[in-house]
Design a protein around this ligand. Structure first.
Ligand code: FES
Length: 113
């Protein structure tokens, strides 16, 4: 899968643990989250009712919490760990010398919509 540079995330030293930032890749709104020195990306809108995950927060266990109804999504898998059944796509993110990069899937069903 190709890696794409993520614009607008600022310098690496501006990221404290648990920080969440919104970004856009290929027209899709995503959040990038730093947790335990790793970076993760998930969709910015909660799959339940569209809550803004960038207005949520990160738990000590490594999940992002939606601010609207508090469903939680595992940063490493995208799984809805509070059990409501709303799993999300999870993307790998790397911090390199020349910036942040996301591993972008070649083609998924939503690319055709
Ligand atoms: S909109 Fe996110 S939990 Fe309901």
């Amino acid at each position: 899968m190709p890696w794409i540079r993520i614009p607008g995330l600022g310098p690496a030293n501006s990221w404290e643990n648990g920080k969440i930032k919104r970004t856009q890749i290929k027209g899709k709104q995503l959040i990038v989250v730093k947790f335990n020195d790793r970076f993760h990306a998930l969709p910015a809108r909660c799959p339940h009712a569209g809550g803004p995950l960038d207005a949520g927060w990160c738990t000590e266990e490594g999940a992002v919490v939606c601010p609207w109804h508090r469903y939680e999504f595992d940063l490493c898998t995208g799984k809805n760990i509070t059990g409501e059944g709303y799993n999300v796509q999870r993307y790998e993110v790397e911090l390199r010398e020349n910036g942040f990069f996301i591993e972008w899937p070649e083609k998924k069903w939503w690319d055709f919509w």
